[in-house]
Design a protein around this ligand. Sequence first.
Ligand code: CP3
Length: 354
Amino acid sequence: MQLKNDRYIRALLRQPVDTTPVWMMRQAGRYLPEYKATRAEAGDFMSLCKNAELACEVTLQPLRRFDLDAAILFSDILTIPDAMGLGLYFETGEGPKFKHALSSKAQIEALPIPDPEDELGYVMNAVRTIRRNLKGEVPLIGFSGSPWTLATYMVEGGASKAFTKIKKMAYADPNALHLLLDKLADSVIAYLNAQIKAGAQSVMVFDTWGGVLTPRDYQLFSLQYMHKIVDGLIREHDGQRVPVTLFTKNGGAWLEKIADTGCDGVGLDWTIDIAEAKRRVGDRVALQGNMDPSILYAPAARIEDEVKTILAGFGNGTGHVFNLGHGIHLDVPPENAGVFVEAVHKFSKQYHQE
Ligand code: CP3
């Protein structure tokens, strides 16, 4: 089906657009009262992810409020480790946890590679349901976590600040960690390709924790496996290019290396100036980001100023997708998100004239 609004895809492929496309990381979520109502109806977060109709409903909620240029599948990066049998659960206020965290090479050897249409079939059902309901309005983004980021949760048993358990594995038993990362890369390839076949029109890999590694170990334990993923992905489906974006939070120092993987887009957090990022890699990949999500706490004029500054930093030319540098905070007033989205469309037109 022809997309009615294909700015997001065009920008990632560095083709001309009329205005800079915009979406928000975590655009479906607890800052929206309608999300909280649907989540309460579902019971808990994973039940919401596993119910295709309700996952579709929360995916579409932010699009009803804001003039967004893309929808993102409602799911989570931790579906893969859950499908491998680690037992994902959420404790209120504490974030994700696993009942069976990994600590030995024997446990890693025993891990299965989940079949995306079987154990993860609920995700593919959500993708198909969302695509049907989107009716070609905007593209649907599919996603996964990076092998390193998934491994941090699987070895630490949940969120972490110092990452001592996974770093201990990295330095005391690197072969065990490489085996885990390789299995995860194979799982992510199968999972994202299944999302593409089910209808995802672009995919994104979230490497939330790559930035806690040294430069050499980022290459070895994170980027190498994202590179393997980029090489294994379906890049064209139904006659359309399927752009892939890699996002490493705190990865500003390594943009050239990320662009070298052959991805189409590189996600930026807010710790790097977009003009510098463009100088370094903007002739090879599109850039996505990079507004600090906390700016959405500011008054409208300050939000607009920040949008203008980032637009001016990128300047003329193709290859910019506007986004937040990380997920929207749960106590941001929804009106402020609306100011942000409108500002991107309004103030970016001048950068897209012939
Ligand atoms: O709208 C969207 O952007 C799509 C949905 C989405 C979710 N998680 C829904 C979610 C996406 C893209 C993710 C990715 C994700 N999940 C990442 C990578 C991006 C990032 O933020 O760095 C990570 C690290 C996770 C792991 C995870 N899942 C965390 C840290 C949490 C938050 C825990 C909490 O209680 O705040 C989750 C749960 C989660 N995933 C929620 C949502 C909306 C909140 C759950 C709820 O409703 O209570």
